[in-house]
Write a protein that binds this ligand. Structure first.
Ligand SMILES: NC(=O)c1ccc[n+]([C@@H]2O[C@H](COP(=O)([O-])OP(=O)(O)OC[C@H]3O[C@@H](n4cnc5c(N)ncnc54)[C@H](O)[C@@H]3O)[C@@H](O)[C@H]2O)c1
Length: 358
């Protein structure tokens, strides 16, 4: 029997590497091709446990270069595309949006063109699927009430979310215009192992451990709906198996929290782990000028994926947070490598310009 060939883009990033670590070892009947540009956010160390398996291969390529995409489609003839690859950090998109346009919009367009040219010539495209991994940030900001549903109108605020919204529109257009079998998932904030420490949770953990300031935007009032990364990966696996082409599924963890409360919780957990008083870490909190266009609140209504596909998040937020903290404490080598070089330069440039608001 031929193996199902799955092209995973961005598999060396945070969510992609968690996905591959979960499903490559447990799916010997599937062949996984990981296409990644290896930007600053990628780390092949994340994939040590799968890199030597016979149903896995890695290819370094830039999705913004169509020739590379075409070559990979001709050589590997994937049946399924799971599209994680993107520039993903909102702050970086504010400082320099160009990479977000190339990777997130042109990159997605090139991938869709690869699928159209290689899949849509066949009589039967039933065995093909393009799964586009997107974000709840495309819906803009909620007030104090309400939840994002799959029908919520798009209203992106940052260059990042605008580039993801553009890529979602292209995916829907390819489904409607060419009949490309495609599904979009829009997910809330993920946390867990292997997350690059420019994002809120690992940034706070590692700064606290290094006794550095914990920079909180504005008054820390912004609310995010947290989802453990393995729950997200299982949702994607469920959508691949049971989802309907042309549909959108919102994925969220029902764990809303104000940023400041989250930072306090991290301080308390770290204090317990290290036998210190929580104030030891809390005193490091510094309020910094708010991010321009900062959305107040995101919260997902995940009833459609629960009802139609039978998925629901398994991880309790406080346990998932503790596991995440333990992972960073147990992996100092990983931390040291990602905190060197280009990463450090960017963090220095970004945060030295802000200055703390007392
Ligand atoms: N992290 C979250 O909380 C979250 C929430 C909702 C949706 N998403 C979406 O999930 C996807 C994965 O997010 P993540 O947090 O793992 O991101 P990440 O930044 O950790 O990883 C992105 C990966 O994509 C690769 N990449 C970037 N540009 C590329 C290009 N032009 N060609 C090939 N590879 C390229 C990078 O090298 C990196 O390995 C993204 O599409 C993101 O928008 C993330």
């Amino acid at each position: 029997m031929n193996k199902l060939k799955i092209l995973v883009t961005g598999g060396a990033g945070f969510i992609g590497s968690n996905f591959l670590n979960l499903f490559v070892p447990s799916s010997p009947d599937h062949y996984f091709i990981n296409l990644d540009k290896l930007t600053y956010a990628a780390n092949l160390l994340n994939l040590e446990q799968v890199s030597s398996l016979s149903n896995y291969t890695f290819l370094q390529a830039d999705l913004a270069d169509y020739q590379s995409v075409e070559h990979i489609f001709s050589k590997y003839e994937p049946d399924l595309v799971i599209h994680f690859a993107a520039e993903s950090h909102v702050d970086r998109s504010i400082l320099g949006p160009a990479d977000f346009i190339y990777s997130n919009i042109i990159g997605t367009f090139n991938l869709l063109e690869g699928c159209r040219k290689h899949w849509m010539t066949e009589e039967n495209t039933n065995q093909k699927l393009f799964l586009h991994v997107s974000t709840d940030e495309v819906y803009g900001s909620l007030g104090e009430e309400g939840l994002f549903t799959e029908e919520t109108a798009y209203d992106p605020s940052s260059p990042y979310s605008a580039s993801k919204a553009a890529s979602d529109h292209l995916v829907r257009a390819y489904h409607r215009t060419y009949g490309l079998p495609a599904i979009i998932t829009n997910c809330s904030n993920n946390y867990g192992p292997y997350q690059f420490p420019e994002k809120l949770i690992p940034l706070m953990i590692l700064n606290a451990l290094a006794e550095k300031p914990l920079p909180v935007y504005g008054k820390g009032e912004n609310i995010r709906d947290w989802l453990y990364v393995e729950d997200h990966c299982c949702a994607i696996w469920t959508v691949i198996g049971k989802g309907k082409p042309g549909e959108t599924y919102n994925i969220g963890g029902n764990s809303e929290l104000k940023n400041l409360n989250l930072v306090h919780l991290l301080c308390e957990n770290l204090a317990e782990e290290n036998g210190k008083n929580p104030d030891h870490y809390r005193k490091l909190i510094e309020f910094v000028p708010d991010r321009p266009g900062h959305d107040l609140r995101y919260a997902i209504d995940n009833s459609k994926i629960k009802r139609e596909l039978g998925w629901q998040p398994q991880e309790d937020f406080s346990k998932g947070l503790r596991k995440t903290i333990r992972w960073y404490l147990d992996n100092p080598d990983w931390v040291e490598i990602v905190q060197s070089g280009a990463y450090k330069k960017w963090i220095d440039e970004n945060y030295s310009k802000r200055g703390a608001v007392k």
